[in-house]
Design a protein around this ligand. Sequence first.
Ligand code: SF4
Length: 215
Amino acid sequence: MTTTVAPRGAGVLEIAEIVPVTEAEGPGRRFALWVQGCPLRCPGCCNPEMLPLDRGKSVSVDELLLEIGVWKRLHDIEGITLLGGEPFAQAAGLAVVARMVREQGLTVMTFSGYTLEELEQMFDPAVDELLRHTDVLVDGPYLRQQPETRRRWIGSANQRVHFLSDRYRADDPCWQLPNSLEIRLRGNELSVNGFPAPKAGRMWTRLRPMPGWRS
Ligand code: SF4
């Protein structure tokens, strides 16, 4: 089942969550950004609070680029990771972000509930542009009944990893290391991101998965 998400302009993004430095959402240290809003309705959605478009925070592309620049200087981040929600529902703005950060030498990893073929068949210039500025695409919906147990950073076994540039390689050992989970206490808010190793499953069930399950 799908619902309509109004296309966003290139200047403003609806953001659900940001983790400015994480090692649990792709290779190296990364600035992870969960967008708000998804037109898909996967059974057992991993981030249901991120489905409505109107529950996020509006952030301008310029503001976001400034913030990424600060964290790049402070923590030498390797790249950004786009998750959601559905990043391609806000492809125009994210394509600008992706292009600009790549010009600064950062990499872009994008998770989508759509398959690569579905994205290509949209014939949407903004979608094509975001794909063009994505180094690694993880595609397909998160399926709770098919949990991934071997591939690092991947949520469910159906999801595929596409290396769309030469910045990363499938045979890099970093993709084979055990998964990791990060837990942060900010004020009185506990947040969790990343993906637990199978042996951490019991602990995981006691924690509220926000915002780290990837779609
Ligand atoms: S799992 Fe991901 S793609 Fe599927 S409905 Fe939830 S946010 Fe959207």
